[in-house]
Ligand binder design. Structure first.
Ligand SMILES: [Zn+2]
Length: 386
């Protein structure tokens, strides 16, 4: 068994200035536990030990600079758009990918017999045969066009709620090709500053200018130099994905890893860590680092699967008991504590002052949603001006 590494308070204090009180809190807890060790703690006893962190305190406290990092997988887009996009276009899953996109005829032409229920395996087969390269090019274009045509509904969606639940310091890194996150960020950027977005497998709604090193939502020309833009490469499901050759994809990974390293909360939303993408999980792990060094940080998983299975899957990321799972975004840290997730978690774990948070107004219209979040947005504006 590995020896337990001592806590490096010096480096922790650099990252969390508030940690100066951590030892004091630990000591206080130890004393409280000793005092209670002779009797069984009742609900009342526990109630005495804790004070609630009020909603007003939650609104006013903006002490964190470290990010809350979200990783999105296909499950997040599916949860957000179970009935498809604005025009009823369905989002495929691996099992019905070929059927939903209507691309079976490519495989018939390639001489591959049905069933076509494993797009990853079929794509790997045909893309490895140089003689079929013309088919692969046409197939990739059709897939790109299908996703590029997807549109957000006019009303607020889960992706709008996600964008609005995080601050500019926070990060969303997505494995999804669809344009929903880009569109949600664009329309909410009129109201407030949005989190940083990274596209780990590329995105149909993103383009970049090599000369300016600029990444922008797809548009005809570079807004800075007016030169031509290159559309984002899409990483198709081959077993060995290349995360380093394309400059945009490499930049997305480098930035994600940096933020993971410096993040306080890591939330994995609807990402199944497929066995066909071992390299992606390795890179995420490399960014997050050794769980032994993440003794203060928290891993949160939003997924429809059961807790035991999820904890087993993400065990290499989790420091002892520092994890939580939920099936719905609205029950997650960001959903219950929009724009304040890091501060609330810190108050809960370090000062034993939990906050109930809010019932996210998931059915509200845009004006009502913005009005609901106004006290939080106003507190941020006031802080930025002071
Ligand atoms: Zn440019």
């Amino acid at each position: 068994m590995k020896a337990k590494r001592p806590i490096n308070y010096k480096s922790l204090r650099r990252k969390y200035p508030d940690i100066v009180t951590y030892r004091a809190v630990s000591e206080k807890l130890r004393r409280r536990r000793r005092a209670k060790s002779t009797k069984t703690a009742t609900g009342e006893d526990r109630g005495e030990a804790m004070t609630t962190y009020t909603e007003q305190e939650e609104i006013e406290n903006l002490s964190f600079k470290t990010p809350h990092c979200f990783i999105l997988g296909a499950g997040a887009s599916l949860a957000a758009f179970p009935d498809g996009d604005k025009n009823g276009r369905k989002l495929p899953v691996v099992a019905n990918f070929c059927e939903v996109l209507g691309i079976d005829h490519y495989f018939e032409e390639a001489g591959i017999p049905p069933p076509y229920d494993d797009f990853e395996a079929i794509y790997s087969t045909i893309s490895s045969k140089p003689v079929l390269s013309h088919l692969v090019t046409a197939l990739e274009q059709e897939i790109f066009d299908y996703f590029a045509a997807l549109e957000l509904p006019d009303y607020p969606t889960l992706y709008d709620h996600l964008i609005l639940s995080l601050r500019e310091k926070d990060v969303i890194a997505t494995f999804n090709w669809d344009p929903f996150l880009v569109q949600a960020a664009q329309r909410n950027a009129r109201k407030t500053k949005v989190p940083k977005l990274y596209y780990l497998h590329g995105c149909v709604a993103i383009a970049h200018c090599e000369a300016c090193k600029l990444k922008v939502p797809s548009q005809p020309r570079c807004p800075r130099c007016e030169g031509p833009l290159q559309r984002s490469q899409i990483l198709y499901p081959v077993t060995q994905k290349d995360y380093v050759t394309d400059p945009l994809i490499k930049n997305e990974w480098d930035a994600t890893q940096w933020h993971l390293k410096h993040g306080y909360i890591l939330t994995i939303f609807g990402y199944g860590a497929p066995s066909s993408d071992v390299e992606a999980v390795r890179l995420l792990k490399e960014g997050w680092g050794n769980p032994e060094d993440r003794s203060l940080e928290e891993v949160e998983i939003i997924d429809v699967l059961e807790r035991a299975e999820l904890e087993k899957r993400w065990e290499p990321f989790i420091h002892t008991h520092h994890s939580r799972t939920t099936k719905r975004f609205y029950e997650s840290l960001a959903g219950r504590h929009p724009r304040r997730s890091c501060e609330v978690l810190w108050q809960t774990l370090m000062y034993l002052r939990p906050s109930e948070g809010i019932d996210f107004p998931s059915e509200a219209t845009f004006p009502d949603l913005y009005e609901y979040l106004e006290p939080r947005l106003f507190a941020e504006l006031r802080q930025s001006e002071s």
